[in-house]
Design a protein around this ligand. Structure first.
Ligand code: FEO
Length: 390
């Protein structure tokens, strides 16, 4: 049986589909699994492998490499385990192969893996490496999403090997994306969780790779983009477009007061034709929430006072919002309390990374009464006014 899937002239896809993985970094939900894509390029003189697989899938890659007797170069775009973890095994299998990467990645790989220094062949931004009739060109793309990340451009075939950049956690046998909605959502989820925290650096790297004439993008997770504009346009919109006329409400309610306030505000905003996404933090999916952060203009956090301060789930939500670094424009707080306690200042301090404008908080002593509903209507009016341009 053929072990490599052909993509272009002497360019192949290898790697493993991880149908059952449901969590990444003990944090990120993977509702549709993922894949660890590996690529093989056979030039007229030299052969290169691009990245490896998570070590748990090494037996799959090892079997695919069974009949490949000689490799000259192993390209490492990124030091994270899901791509680099099988490097020691690949390098052991091909003792003559050089490990091609950049200086920053060398340090990270040597910190994380047992790889001896004499295996490395370092490249700088824009450097080329000839495989004979095929030429690899390397571009440093720091912070998509670690400081050492880089991509490879195959000049003759105009293929970009982007590693995590443009990836999607999606277990599928489909080789190419086409224009499928499912892949768009998975790529958006991936962008939100992995790339959005470094949006400024991702913008710079997007602009950099967009200067290349790209016919195909081969990421290390998910299907291949045979129409690169599909994902390049999506990234451009996620990074550069204004947020939508949309409010996210993240709430936790203990005895129903917050829930009542959230229901009321949701209705009041909806009457003003504002899209509202409501997340009960006791059951919310982190990935769904992150995706909505990509294009939401206003965030409302709602928490009761518990033991004199924020509910722990509100702390979690505030922390997540702050590290995801969404392009929010406005933020607000709803709270209910019995006899006292502080919510507003700690929450505002927690979200200090975001440059959004704070709206007037709405606080309810006990069950919400008429003056609270009036304040919520006023908050909805203010948001509608602020959203006029979105
Ligand atoms: Fe797919 Fe950052 O590893």
């Amino acid at each position: 049986m053929q072990k490599f899937i052909p993509l272009a002239d002497h360019v192949y896809k290898l790697g493993a589909i991880d149908w059952n993985r449901r969590l990444f970094d003990s944090l990120i939900p993977l509702p549709r699994g993922t894949s660890y894509n590996v690529y093989l390029i056979q030039g007229s003189e030299k052969t290169a492998i691009l990245d490896t697989v998570d070590p748990i899938k090494w037996p799959v890659l090892e079997e695919q490499l069974q009949d490949l007797k000689h490799v000259d170069y192993v390209i490492a775009h990124h030091g994270e385990q899901d791509h680099s973890g099988s490097l020691p095994m690949v390098l052991a299998k091909y003792p003559q192969a050089k490990l091609v990467t950049n200086a920053k990645a060398k340090g990270i790989l040597m910190d994380l893996l047992p790889i001896s220094e004499d295996r490395f062949y370092l490249v700088e931004d824009g450097a080329t490496l000839s495989l004979g009739n095929k030429t690899l060109q390397f571009y440093l793309t720091p912070w998509v999403h670690w400081p050492e990340t880089m991509v490879t451009y195959l000049l003759e075939d105009k293929i970009l090997f982007s590693c995590d950049f443009f990836g999607s956690h999606l277990a599928t046998t489909k080789l190419f994306v086409g224009r499928e909605h499912q892949v768009y959502d998975a790529a958006k989820r991936y962008y939100a969780e992995i790339m959005m925290p470094y949006a400024a650096q991702v913008q710079r790297n997007l602009d950099k790779v967009k200067t290349l004439d790209i016919k195909m993008i081969c990421p290390s997770h998910g299907p291949i983009y045979d129409d690169p504009s599909f994902i390049l346009d999506a990234y451009t919109a996620w990074l550069y477009d204004k947020p939508f006329n949309k409010v996210m409400i993240l709430y936790v309610s203990m005895h129903g007061s917050i829930e009542k306030m959230v229901e009321y505000l949701t209705r009041s905003l909806s009457l003003q034709h504002i899209e509202v996404k409501v997340y009960d933090l006791t059951v919310a999916d982190l990935g769904e929430l992150a995706m909505d952060f990509v294009d939401t203009a206003t965030l409302i956090l709602a928490s009761p006072v518990v033991i004199g301060g924020l509910h722990p789930l509100a702390v979690y939500a505030g922390y997540v919002a702050n590290i995801l670094n969404p392009k929010l424009r406005y933020m607000g707080i709803l709270s209910s309390y019995g006899w006292g306690g502080k919510i507003v200042e700690p929450l505002q301090a927690m979200l200090s990374r975001l440059r959004a404008e704070w709206l007037e908080p709405v606080l309810s002593k006990g069950y919400p009464k008429q003056e609270v509903f009036a304040a919520l209507d006023q908050l909805a009016n203010v948001i509608a006014q602020k959203h006029k341009d979105y």
